[in-house]
Design a binder for this molecule. Structure first.
Ligand code: NAD
Length: 470
């Protein structure tokens, strides 16, 4: 069922470029027409009833077969990620292997978390809670962790019995095409269960008008708001994984060892600082401020920036020229308002593409865009604080609430910060919370709903209560 007349899309193809190597053209993909979009959604609806009726064990078996084919093509997924969006090879490898781990965890746990539970029982009757799929899910995602998005957003929905129509960002159409081809080649999933459409925000917004039962979205908060409005018109649920401006706090008792400095650096600059829950504002006790700034900029000078396909590269380019321009505007705004560039602050002269040096900024004021907005590129504003209350005020001084990092050896301080910071996750800086068991998502403008873990299954299911006599 279409809710609007068929529209003709203006741009018939999306061109994919390599953000390294002077934006060489890698290929192009046809944009999905409105007519094709309608028929893809119809196909997904048609396939859904049968897919649901297979039961969770059979669905796990089929998705398990798909996983084997994905694994057999791991090197292609890794290389395509690096080539198309500029992620260094080692990180692409980590993301693809992390995706396999997530899929495996979901396969092992779906039967347990999707099974009916008894809510009430006496000698007369039983009341059970049943989790049922919503039906057909639209899945619209960003570009910054292409394989991770698939493992996180799509797999639990399929295992729960939904069918999915997926649109990747216009920045990674060739990755999407390859995933579509491998899925078809594997023959694991029945026709219509997992479908791909291509295009930019125009296609994304057309998707939101189609006959879906649920929209899962990963991207910016401004687009998330538009999607929420579109879903509200149809009164369908959403799961929104949006932007962030996560604080990192370095408390007074912390020792600024090399390990700690590197932890801070990579929590900010990994993937050229293009990840939603990256540490985007650093808040350091005044007694450690100068030493921390000096050590971080000294470490930044040792990091190798270059071709993402070169095994020695630690930082690649940003995904596109437009991202560099936005970053330059944010840094210019800060400098005009009195910020000091301690290191970086320009494009590396020897590299052609969407490159920018890791940049550290001090003399920050709350009116600066680098403090108020999400900065999706390699810049880190650092401020100082005098006491715990001031640190927490600065940490929570944001419209976002995706995550936070706390550095302290004092358990009491850690416990206080865990409860006082308004965010979907708060971690002691030496831990790793990217685990398939953990739900991921944010407070405030960082989103609605959670993906991952047991809660991730709940997000893609309707809840039904079944009451019957014994
Ligand atoms: P974006 O919002 O510009 O685009 C995301 C997706 O939405 C793309 O597929 C795009 O084509 C589509 N889109 C754009 N306009 C649309 C519209 N009006 N209706 C429907 N779809 C539309 O975001 P981006 O620049 O691709 O990605 C970066 C953002 O994503 C950052 O803010 C980052 O923090 C966020 N992100 C969040 C998470 C998370 O899990 N919370 C993960 C990755 C990225």
């Amino acid at each position: 069922m279409s809710l609007s007349p068929v529209k003709i899309l203006e741009c018939p193809q999306i061109q994919s470029t390599n953000p390294s190597h002077g934006y060489e053209i890698l290929g192009s993909v046809n944009v999905t027409s409105h007519k094709d979009l309608i028929s893809i959604v119809e196909k997904a609806r048609h396939a859904q009833i049968k897919w649901q009726s297979l039961g969770v064990d059979k669905r796990c078996e089929l998705v398990g077969q798909l996983l084997e084919t994905l694994k057999a093509n791991r090197e292609e997924f890794i290389e395509r990620t690096s080539r198309e969006m500029g992620m260094p090879l080692d990180l692409s490898r980590g993301v693809v292997y992390g995706g396999f781990e997530k899929i495996s965890w979901n396969l092992e746990n779906a039967p347990k978390f999707l099974k009916p539970t008894i809510l009430f029982e006496d000698d007369q009757e039983v009341n059970k809670q049943i989790l049922e799929p919503f039906g057909v899910m639209a899945c619209i995602v960003a570009w910054n962790f292409p394989f991770g998005n698939f493992a996180t957003s799509v797999i639990p929905a399929l295992l729960a019995g939904n069918t999915v129509v997926m649109k990747y960002s216009e920045e990674v159409p060739l990755f999407s095409k390859f995933l579509e081809e491998i899925t078809r080649e594997s023959k694991a999933l029945p026709e219509g269960v997992l479908n791909f459409v291509y295009g930019d925000g125009v296609v994304g917004s057309l998707m939101c008008e189609q006959d879906f039962d649920l929209i899962s979205f990963t991207g910016s908060s401004s687009t998330g708001q538009k999607i929420y409005e579109a879903a509200a018109k149809k009164l369908i649920p959403v799961c929104l994984e949006l932007g962030g401006s996560s604080p990192g706090i370095v408390f007074e008792d912390t020792k600024l060892t090399d390990e700690l400095i590197q932890s801070i650096f990579w929590k900010r600059f990994l993937n050229t600082a293009q990840f939603c829950d990256g540490l985007k504002r650093l808040i350091v006790h005044e007694s450690l401020f100068d030493e921390c700034v000096r050590k971080l900029s000294a470490y930044a000078a040792t990091v190798k920036i270059g071709d993402p396909l070169d095994r020695n590269t630690q930082l690649g380019p940003l995904v596109a020229e437009r991202q560099v321009i936005k970053l330059e505007d944010q840094i210019k705004d800060a400098v005009n308002k009195g910020a000091k560039i301690v290191c970086g602050g320009k494009r590396p002269s020897a590299l052609s593409g969407a490159y920018y040096q890791p940049t550290i900024l001090t003399n920050i004021t709350p009116d600066m865009r680098v403090w108020k907005e999400e900065v999706f590129g390699p810049a880190l504003p650092i401020v100082s604080f005098k006491n715990y209350d001031e640190a927490l005020q600065l940490a929570n001084d944001t419209d976002y609430g995706l995550s936070a990092v706390v550095y302290s050896d004092d358990e009491k301080i850690l416990e206080l910060a865990f409860s006082d910071i308004k965010a979907g996750s708060v971690e002691d800086g030496f831990t790793n919370y990217y685990r398939p068991q953990n739900p991921f998502g944010g407070y405030k403008q960082s989103g609605i709903g959670r993906q991952g873990g047991a809660i991730g299954f709940r997000e893609v299911c309707q809840v039904k209560v079944k009451a019957y006599r014994k």
